[in-house]
Design a protein around this ligand. Structure first.
Ligand SMILES: Cc1cc2nc3c(=O)[nH]c(=O)nc-3n(C[C@H](O)[C@H](O)[C@H](O)COP(=O)(O)OP(=O)(O)OC[C@H]3O[C@@H](n4cnc5c(N)ncnc54)[C@H](O)[C@@H]3O)c2cc1C
Length: 457
């Protein structure tokens, strides 16, 4: 395929087009494990536009020439979503890096799509406000988080990224620039295209700007690290917590050996030394007393369900360190694993899902290390590299998916389908729904140029 780099330079300027392969390596992959990831295509040009108008012109050119276009945020995705797997153009959003407005009156922030989560959190903190979600990698971009509808640790009480997006500016695959929503808390005008764009994994449009809802900071927070000598007891505590009347911001489960490895990898120390698994509960309240009450209630529930030790972190730095060690688990595990999974089951089925993971591990004589956004029913079981050598990694993965589906679950709760999970959709998708999805894609993108081979079959 012929990609006219000169025409692209005419749109964005000579300095913002990469044609040399050795200079584009970091744009060809994402964070998917090497054993799972696909190969990038041979003939790729990377373009770094700075305005929605430039993206519009690139997409019009791509439509004329029928060239695939791959929107790319920070490349922290775990399903090859941003990878160019056919010859085509990668649009990197890194120059869309401005926080345009923090509107304290409306409790909204307006940010360009390439602003990173870290930048967003800093701007929000400076305004003494709060953006509750925390997908693990703070390098992820606003556009990538919205396109993936990222979740993360703090979703139990306040939800995933979707709940915060109130307005979008999007360049459609055919080049039109449209705005959807705004600084509005209610909007029932017509079909909700904005929410269709959220979680569309870069196949329906390129997000260039977002209006995001914020909250006042909580008066107090605390993080509990609860230790168990049996991970089943830990996981089985979660439905009891959800029924207790106190809703933590986060209810995470981590295997002890996995979380200590993450801490060591960062040169830090995991605070809990007892037990084989931990729940990490992040509590937020309207006053110190409120947080204290929540911590007491949580301690009672955990102790009544077999906890052997409970640490309470109240200092800001201690809490930030715990979240950091939790958030960086994947970076520590990545060299050791063939792949991870992102299954989600109804919260009351968490225990049964863990039983199923144990049975699968026993059947294949392996260990399935597990972490979970447990309060969301969202497991990330890790499959060790040795399964690839034994030729059974795929069998183990499919068994995990089937077990989750049998419990009313799905093959992905937050990382998305991307390009590597398309083949598992047949395990669960209704053909009529897939037909509707293809129809929507066709309407937005008649030439199928935008991120082909992603999210839908
Ligand atoms: C250490 C680590 C921890 C993580 N923890 C979590 C977690 O807790 N929860 C969670 O949900 N995810 C997590 N992730 C996955 C990842 O960070 C999220 O999916 C994130 O939302 C991806 O953002 P990105 O900017 O890196 O997007 P990319 O990886 O660049 O792209 C992701 C998808 O979005 C599309 N896209 C990117 N930008 C745009 C745009 N502007 N317009 C349209 N489409 C676009 C791409 O085409 C691709 O399909 C983690 C990843 C790592 C490496």
């Amino acid at each position: 395929m012929m990609i006219d780099a000169e025409a692209l330079k005419a749109i964005v300027g000579d300095d913002w087009v990469i044609t040399r392969r050795d200079q584009m390596q970091t744009y060809l992959y994402d964070e998917t494990t090497p054993d799972q990831r696909l190969e990038p295509a041979e003939n790729v040009v990377v373009v770094k536009p700075a305005t929605a108008q430039e993206i519009s012109e690139i997409l019009k050119l791509a439509n004329r020439e029928k060239i695939p276009v791959y929107p790319r945020g920070a490349g922290t995705g775990l399903v090859c979503g941003a990878m160019p797997t056919q010859d085509g153009i990668v649009i990197s959003m890194e120059r869309f890096d401005k926080v345009e407005e923090v509107d304290k009156e409306n409790l909204m922030i307006v940010a360009q799509a390439g602003v990173t989560l870290g930048q967003l959190l800093a701007a929000v903190d400076e305004a003494d406000l709060l953006f509750p979600p925390h997908p693990g990698d703070e390098g992820a971009q606003v556009g990538g988080m919205i396109a993936a509808n990222a979740g993360g640790s703090r979703a139990v009480k306040y939800g995933v990224v979707r709940q915060y997006v109130k307005g979008l500016e999007v360049v459609l695959p055919t080049g039109e620039i449209v705005t959807m929503g705004g600084k509005l808390l209610k909007n029932n005008t017509g079909l909700d295209l904005m929410h269709l764009l959220i979680d569309s994994e870069g196949i329906l449009g390129i997000i260039t700007r977002a209006t995001i809802r914020l909250y006042p900071k909580f008066a107090g927070t605390a993080t509990l690290v609860v230790s168990y000598d049996d991970r089943h007891k830990a996981i089985n505590t979660v439905p009891r917590i959800l029924q207790s009347g106190v809703i933590p911001m986060a209810i995470e489960y981590v295997d002890h050996d996995v979380i200590t490895m993450s801490a060591e990898n960062l040169g830090m120390k995991w605070p809990a030394q007892q037990g084989t698994g931990h729940l990490v509960l992040i509590l937020a309240g309207s006053s110190e007393d409120d947080v204290f009450y929540q911590a007491e209630t949580m301690s009672d529930v955990c102790q009544n369900n077999g906890a052997i030790d409970i640490l309470i972190a109240e200092r800001h730095q201690e809490q930030a360190d715990i979240l950091k060690i939790r958030s960086e688990i994947y970076s520590a595990m990545k060299p050791l694993i063939a792949g991870d999974s992102d299954i989600t089951v109804p919260p009351a089925s968490l225990g049964k899902m863990l039983d199923a993971l144990d049975e699968i591990a026993e059947k294949y004589e392996t260990k399935i290390a597990t972490i979970a956004h447990a309060g969301d029913g969202n497991f990330h079981p890790y499959m060790l590299k040795e399964l690839v050598a034994r030729g059974v990694a795929e069998d183990v993965k499919v068994e995990i998916y089937k077990a989750a589906i049998a419990l009313g679950g799905v093959v992905t709760g937050e990382h998305g389908v991307g390009k590597i999970r398309l083949k598992y959709l047949e395990l669960m998708m209704d053909p009529k729904q897939e037909e509707l999805m293809r129809g929507i894609k066709q309407l937005f993108d008649p030439n199928n140029i935008l991120n082909p081979g992603t999210a839908i079959r």
